[in-house]
Design a protein around this ligand. Structure first.
Ligand SMILES: *[C@@H]1O[C@H](CO)[C@@H](O)[C@H](O)[C@H]1NC(C)=O
Ligand SMILES: *[C@@H]1O[C@H](CO)[C@@H](O)[C@H](O)[C@H]1NC(C)=O
Length: 397
């Protein structure tokens, strides 16, 4: 399909092949996805992250923006629909699901939904401001911040027609996924002439991730089994083996995108450390917006300030919610709470990733607990040139 589409476009633009080809292409348009020509200027963003890495927060930074149609974890539907699968098998299905959703084709969801599904059947639909705003729902003006609680109560509609309609009205479609462990399976999306894909890769100190995962350990059972390819792993080792997979995937993805990226990846990948966002939210988020071609608004600025300068570490109940917290404090919480023996074990398992991403290891419990010792390596050595992304942006936004 894709080859033919490419062929059609090439022939049409060179117009050397005359009427027959044009007619054939026109006919083919009627039958194929070709009948939705590439939407000029539409930008597709994948917020690629891992569990408990601050991606709900960064997701909201996109979702609340008035130009963004956002969905949280559409791949969840794939992971939960198929029995006892492994991540390797599922990734292509998730990729193809994303490809359709980026083009606002929600028919693909049909395979993964129960009978008589509604908008509210979509995983965490109320986290998407676009689904709480017209045309999907009349609750929240598009320029306002949405309220998840109210949206969940008041916004729903039969099927996904309104979702699809809403999707078409935005310049940016942003999907958040935690379910990819490499980039190669996504290459066809970069090469698809219908898509203009940017990846924002969010990482977090694995010691903080472990601590955060322990707070809601039970909720990871299904995902853990899939990440570990349904292998039989002693219960006490599961969290470490999963963490090791996650760390390996950070290295795999980052190295692939930075050292010798294929040409279609250049300028399309940006790595973000959660801790940098926590320390300097406005600067980091401005950079991210720049990278994907979104304007900062004063309302977004205010909101970002408010949610990153709140009341402290956050309770267990808040583990999956975005509330006003002190982001910087949250990012250090593991240092006082996590047993040093666990810290040591994670440091062993994630040595490569920590060194690549700029997280210093601690050698003793004392060092761990001395919060004045900074464990974040300044990012300068990891700063790459995003020049090409910026110049593309002026062309396409
Ligand atoms: C969707 O909404 C309809 C009507 O409001 C309801 O009868 C149906 O049970 C809902 N379906 C699901 C899967 O929630
Ligand atoms: C959302 O709305 C609920 C119900 O009206 C309210 O209690 C809550 O404070 C609101 N949340 C925010 C973040 O404004």
């Amino acid at each position: 399909m894709l080859d033919f589409w490419t062929c059609c476009r090439k022939n049409l633009s060179s117009s050397l092949f005359g009427a027959a080809v044009v007619l054939f292409c026109n006919w083919y348009y009627q039958l194929s996805p070709c009948n939705s020509p590439p939407r000029k200027g539409k930008i597709h963003v994948l917020l690629l992250s891992s569990w408990r890495s601050g991606s709900s927060f960064l997701g909201q930074v996109f979702s609340q923006h008035p130009s963004v149609f956002y969905l949280m974890e559409p791949g969840w539907h794939v992971w939960t629909k198929i029995e006892k699968p492994g991540a390797r098998v599922l990734r292509m299905a998730v990729r193809d699901l994303m490809r359709s959703l980026y083009q606002c084709d929600f028919s693909v969801m049909d395979s993964y939904m129960p009978e008589n599904y509604n908008m509210s059947t979509l995983f965490m639909f109320h986290h998407s401001r676009a689904l709480c705003s017209p045309p999907a729902c009349s609750l929240t003006r598009r320029s306002d911040m949405s309220n998840e609680t109210l949206c969940q109560k008041k916004c729903d509609s039969q099927g996904l027609e309104m979702v699809e309609k809403a999707c078409h009205t935005y310049s940016h479609v942003v999907l958040k996924e935690t379910r990819f462990f490499e980039l190669e399976s996504l290459y066809p999306l970069f090469q698809d002439p219908n898509l203009d894909l940017r990846i924002v890769h969010l990482v977090r100190d694995p010691r903080a991730v472990i601590r955060s995962r322990e707070e809601s350990a039970k909720s990871f059972d299904m995902d853990n089994a899939i990440v570990l390819e349904q292998r039989n792993v002693p219960a006490a080792s599961i969290q470490y083996e999963v963490m090791q997979e996650i760390c390996r995937s950070h290295v795999r993805i980052n190295e692939r995108a930075i050292l010798k990226p294929p040409p279609f990846l250049e300028g399309r990948y940006k790595m973000i450390r959660y801790e940098d966002v926590a320390r300097n939210p406005l600067k980091e988020i401005n950079d991210i917006y720049d990278f994907v071609g979104l304007e900062m608004t004063s309302q977004m600025e205010e909101w970002i300030y408010k949610v990153t300068h709140g009341k402290g570490k956050g309770s267990k109940k808040e583990a999956f919610q975005i509330t006003s917290r002190n982001a910087n404090e949250v990012s250090q919480a593991w240092r006082t709470v996590l047993q040093h023996s666990k810290v040591k074990r994670i440091q062993e398992l994630c040595k490569g990733a920590m060194s690549l991403l700029g997280y210093r290891t601690v050698d003793s419990e004392k060092e761990q607990k001395r919060l004045d010792i900074d464990l974040l390596v300044p990012r300068e050595p990891y700063e790459f040139s995003w020049v090409s992304a910026k110049s593309q942006r002026t062309g396409s936004s």
